[in-house]
Design a protein around this ligand. Structure first.
Ligand SMILES: C[S@@+](CC[C@H](N)C(=O)[O-])C[C@H]1O[C@@H](n2cnc3c(N)ncnc32)[C@H](O)[C@@H]1O
Length: 326
């Protein structure tokens, strides 16, 4: 390994501390700053393939094996004392955080389309974002969605949405299905444990909503295909009922896909008779980012919510706020 690679990994951990963990998980901020300054752990990470060096993966794998650390010394000891198991877990598993809170940004767009809709999510993880019609939403005190749902998603909004998105009505789902490289099964106790471990420490509210969404999905598990999003999109889209508006959507997925494959995906979606909703970091869709009239905040991870390539809002990484764009 090269010094440059170790520097890049250290920078990745510092960036995670500053732009993701700060204000969200004090423990993970402390742990990732610790790793960024720890030659022995950087050495261990740099020996892994680049995609496996992610902070989220190291943090979740260690916590999955040894529980939540009390501080950096405890975490470091857990990693080094269980080095082989930590590495094996990082190699075997993926960052598959499934965040139903992201549905609060999708919902107004879905409600504005001709109903019913057929939902096709690529990179679905366990499929918890495939049930936007089963959740209740609270947009600054305005209720929407399934108001009696046990899962209530609060979402602060800023700015004015386009008029057709301002008062979202019901979403009727005629069909729902997803694709994932490694679909997680809400009926499998080990998959559920991994999903729960991916929620950061101190985020009790997120854990509660994950548990509630899992319970809802367990009662009616989603249809998920295993495979690459480009390889299986056409085949799954062909299964959608013709009378419904087909919506292909994805949130927090295309960052894991190389540039050429991402371009091939956009191309393929463009050839389908569908609507396309994306909620991803702006750096992964330069065509959408070029249409932004202002830039997202630089100090935190922010997604761009776009429909058919048109940016409509900035949204939070794990749900909770939307800033409508002018
Ligand atoms: C961070 S999770 C997001 C899950 C869900 N979309 C959400 O927002 O809660 C990213 C998911 O994308 C999947 N993924 C990554 N690359 C993929 C690909 N090429 N084809 C299919 N799924 C992929 C991963 O396995 C993972 O489950």
């Amino acid at each position: 390994m090269t010094l440059t690679e170790m520097d890049a990994t250290a920078e990745q951990y510092r960036d995670f501390a500053a732009r993701q963990a700060r204000g969200a998980s004090p423990l993970y901020e402390q742990l990732t700053l610790g790793v960024a300054a720890d030659g022995e752990l950087l050495d261990l990470l740099t020996a892994l393939p680049p995609a496996k060096r992610q902070p989220n993966l190291l943090l979740a794998a260690t916590r999955y094996l040894t529980g939540t650390a009390s501080g950096y010394d405890d975490f470091r000891r857990s990693v080094l004392d269980n080095r082989d198991a930590v590495v094996a877990t990082m190699l075997a598993r993926y960052t598959q955080t499934n965040e139903p809170g992201r549905c609060a940004a999708l919902y107004p767009l879905l409600a504005s389309l001709p109903q019913p809709v057929a939902l096709l999510e690529v990179g679905a993880s366990a499929g918890l974002c495939l049930y936007p019609d089963r959740y209740a939403y609270d947009y600054d005190g305005r209720a929407a969605g399934a108001v009696d749902s046990p899962l209530r998603l609060s979402c602060r909004t800023e700015g004015s949405p386009p008029p057709h998105l301002a008062e979202p009505g019901p979403v009727t789902v005629a069909w729902r299905a997803g694709i994932d490289l490694n679909p997680l099964d809400v009926r499998n106790a080990d998959d559920v444990r991994w999903l729960r471990t991916l929620v950061w420490p101190e985020q009790d509210e997120r854990l509660r909503r994950l548990d509630t969404a899992i319970a809802l999905a367990q009662a009616d598990p989603p249809h998920l295909l295993r495979g690459d999003l480009n390889a299986r999109l056409g085949e799954l889209a062909a299964q959608a009922p013709a009378h419904a508006t087909l919506v292909v959507f994805h949130t927090a997925v295309l960052c894991y896909v190389p540039d050429e494959e991402r371009a091939a995906f956009v191309d393929q979606v463009g050839r389908l008779d569908c609507r396309w909703i994306s909620q991803e970091g702006p750096e992964f869709f330069p065509g959408i980012a070029a249409r932004l009239r202002r830039q997202p905040p630089a100090d935190t991870i922010t997604y761009v919510l776009a429909q058919d390539g048109r940016p409509l809002a900035f949204s939070a990484m794990h749900g909770g706020w939307i800033q409508w764009l002018p």
